[in-house]
Design a protein around this ligand. Structure first.
Ligand code: NAD
Length: 360
């Protein structure tokens, strides 16, 4: 990939440039970064095998409310039983030298507490998206990590994913000419009983959970920050699932160059997730843009046609994410998706909710 200095600084502002910089490549013979995983749910089940495929990261501790489950996973990852913690004794991790960093894979509203406790224990933090459930919590998390002099990265795996990076590069190279508009959507038909339907635990509905991918993509695809946002939200299915959070959100963003983006998210229908970018010289589309495998880029511009299926399989995105954060820790570098990136999205989510008339 060829990047001009200007492209590089624009990508850098989005936290993506560092991924492309050869200077960041793993240095041989460095000690592996040890991770404590907090919350042994679904996403942790992708992250842990992802770390196993890296050369610079390993799982060295587990934090769970379910001892049996933790012991089972500990045996699989060669984690000593003395390095299994629960939510009460978690702070003792400060005295465990095998733990360099903590991966926070808990429900959204718990991210702030465990990030701050990990920072106070002197551990770097890789925190799942959305960063938290309020702007104030995001700011506290950033401040706590700064005060403890530890790194904070938000697990925006698409920033480290080759098909998303390829789309960004094509746009920056001018393949599409002047981008005019972007469409994106991501959602799924949620089952009852999920913590995602609790406002207290999730912060909000599908926007916090999956709509955030479209929001973040519009920012990395344009390389700009939105200056106007308007939104609508609705509940169609009055079946008890949406007593606390909304079912659907659609929002439009205006960017300083005049680019307009139009996004939707839902908990009422299955959507694979995609973005489509239209420019003066053509268009590109990524299907399955935000899922773990099966990403597909197609494009037509200036008489050219692209049809590129990404053969990478899960957990390659989690491998790339862990490798990146570990390299940053090993080399004293700032992650590409730092806390500030999560904070920006949280500000836009708050604005989308305000525009849609939802109290956040
Ligand atoms: P999950 O329900 O599968 O796992 C959550 C874990 O937290 C479980 O181990 C559960 O026991 C534990 N937990 C502790 N206290 C809890 C409580 N009060 N209520 C419910 N669970 C509690 O959830 P998940 O899908 O793994 O999501 C976890 C986080 O990861 C969320 O912030 C989510 O947004 C994020 N996530 C990210 C991606 C991604 O691709 N980056 C994908 C899915 C989820």
């Amino acid at each position: 990939m060829q990047l001009t200095r200007r492209d590089f600084s624009r990508l850098g502002a989005l936290g993506i440039a560092a991924h492309l910089a050869p200077s960041l490549h793993a240095q041989a013979n460095q000690k592996k970064i040890g991770y404590a995983v907090i919350g042994l749910g679904r996403i942790a089940g992708h992250f842990m095998p992802g770390t196993r495929s890296t050369t610079n990261s390993q799982i060295t501790a587990l934090v769970s409310g379910h001892r049996d489950k933790a012991e089972r996973i500990a045996a699989e990852y060669n984690v000593p039983t003395g390095s299994i913690y629960n939510y009460e004794n978690f702070d003792e991790i400060a005295h465990n030298p095998s733990v360099d960093a903590v991966y926070v894979a808990l429900p959204n509203s718990m991210h702030a507490e465990y990030t701050i406790r990990a920072a106070k224990a002197g551990k770097h933090v890789l925190c799942e998206k959305p960063m938290a459930t309020s702007v104030a919590d995001c700011e506290k998390m950033i401040a706590a990590c700064k005060a403890a002099n530890v790194k904070l990265m938000i697990a925006y795996r698409c920033h480290y994913e080759p098909t998303n990076l390829r789309a960004i590069q094509l746009i920056r190279d001018g393949a599409l000419g002047q981008v005019q508009t972007i469409q994106s959507a991501f959602g799924f038909n949620i089952s009852p009983g999920e913590w995602r339907l609790s406002k207290k635990l999730a912060g909000g509905g599908p926007l916090y959970d999956v709509g955030i991918y479209s929001l973040n993509a519009c920012r990395y695809l344009t390389g700009e920050e939105p200056d106007h946002i308007s939104a609508y939200a609705s509940v169609i299915d009055h079946d008890g699932r949406f007593n606390e959070v909304e079912e659907n959100v659609s929002w439009t963003m205006h960017f300083p160059s005049g680019i307009l983006t139009s996004c939707s998210t839902t908990y009422g229908a299955n959507m694979d997730g995609y973005f489509r970018v239209y420019g003066s010289k053509g268009w590109l589309q990524v299907d399955k843009a935000f899922v773990y495998e099966g990403l597909h880029l197609s494009a037509e511009y200036s008489g050219k046609k692209l049809d590129e299926a990404n053969p990478a399989r899960d957990p390659s995105q989690f491998q790339a994410e862990a490798e990146h954060f570990s390299r940053c820790i090993q080399n004293g570098l700032e992650p590409q998706s730092p806390g500030e990136e999560g904070l920006r999205d949280m500000r836009y989510i708050t604005e989308i909710y305000r525009s849609a008339g939802i109290s956040s």
